[in-house]
Design a protein around this ligand. Structure first.
Ligand code: ASP
Length: 307
């Protein structure tokens, strides 16, 4: 994939052990179609003068509604065979952010993050409180059985019986970064977290600066991967800080951070956009569902390393 400037939206559907051998032709088509649709939804918003926050939210909602990705409908199972979803959204223009963890019944967790950003004095809500807030905001609730998918249930069983299932098998998340025609960034991320997670584990996704970050004139970043490493290394903010304080390009900053992370055992990737519309999508796993679009162009998507 070439990565020209002037992109307005970049998205990911998770990094992991994704190889040509492990994805059937029909699955590959379905992944590509869903990623393209998400990009076009976001592009339409930006094209009509809409806000980057709306474009990010709309692209993420589309991915959350698909069973293919680990977020919303396709969320991974916890050890207790439930779903506890995390999401975050950040406005690069104002520095406002909304984040939630432990969502169990709200159909689109990114909507809860948006509601926190827009309507709460707080930044980060958890569990029962986050659910109560979402209900007060009138967000669509579903029975927890909505989040059941056989694929994810089978994966949980595999992970439980075999400690040899590598960590990377448990990865997946969705995210988006947009730059609107007013020059405002937004970044958002949504996930079911890691399969078989326990004890109310929270990943990097809703931790502002770890899995999600946006700052006008600097960049927007959304991450995917082994969350504990992304939290410890404050990955999204580290990339922004390198650009802001050390004068690195987005490309150099993001590539270095993801390579350094691999050296520490942290698997995953990021998507990013700078204020010129340069896109980066580095990852240190065999694959990452990803794509970008310019204001008037067609969606460009990739899955494997050399796409
Ligand atoms: N970063 C997510 C988490 O740790 C998982 C992923 O992106 O694959 O919860």
């Amino acid at each position: 994939m070439t990565e020209p400037p002037n992109a307005v939206l970049v998205i990911h559907g998770g990094a992991g052990w994704i190889s040509r051998e492990s994805v059937t032709d029909s699955m590959e088509k379905a992944y590509i179609k869903t990623l393209e649709e998400a990009l076009i939804k976001g592009q339409n918003i930006i094209k009509s003068g809409g806000a980057s926050l709306d474009a990010v939210q709309s692209a993420i909602e589309h991915l959350e509604d698909s069973p293919l990705f680990n977020a919303g409908k396709g969320a991974a199972f916890t050890y207790d065979e439930t779903h506890e979803m995390d999401s975050a959204l950040m406005d690069g223009a104002t520095g406002d952010a909304g984040a939630v963890t432990g969502i169990t019944t709200i159909k689109n967790p990114i909507q809860v993050a948006r509601a926190v950003l827009d309507h709460s004095v707080h930044v980060f809500l958890s569990g029962g409180g986050a659910e109560e807030f979402a209900r007060e905001q009138g967000l669509e609730q579903v029975d927890p059985s909505y989040f059941f998918t056989q694929k994810n249930y089978d994966r949980l069983k595999e992970v439980k019986v075999s400690m040899t299932v590598p960590n990377q098998e448990k990865l997946g998340t969705v995210g988006a970064v947009a730059l609107d025609t007013k020059g405002n960034f937004a970044a958002g991320t949504s996930t079911g977290g890691m399969t078989n997670k326990r004890y109310g584990r929270i990943g990097d996704v809703p931790v502002i600066g770890a899995g999600t970050y946006a700052e006008n004139e600097v960049c927007g970043i959304s991450a995917t991967g082994h969350g504990e490493y992304f939290i410890r290394n404050v990955v999204a903010h580290d990339i922004a800080a390198r650009i802001k304080y050390a004068g690195q390009t987005l490309e150099n900053a993001a590539k270095e951070v993801i390579a350094t992370l691999k050296g520490k055992g942290g698997l995953g990737g990021v998507i990013g956009l700078d204020s010129k519309g340069n896109v980066v999508m580095p990852f240190n796993t065999p694959g990452m569902f990803r794509g970008y679009i310019s204001l008037a162009g067609d969606p460009i998507v990739g899955i494997y390393k050399n796409d």
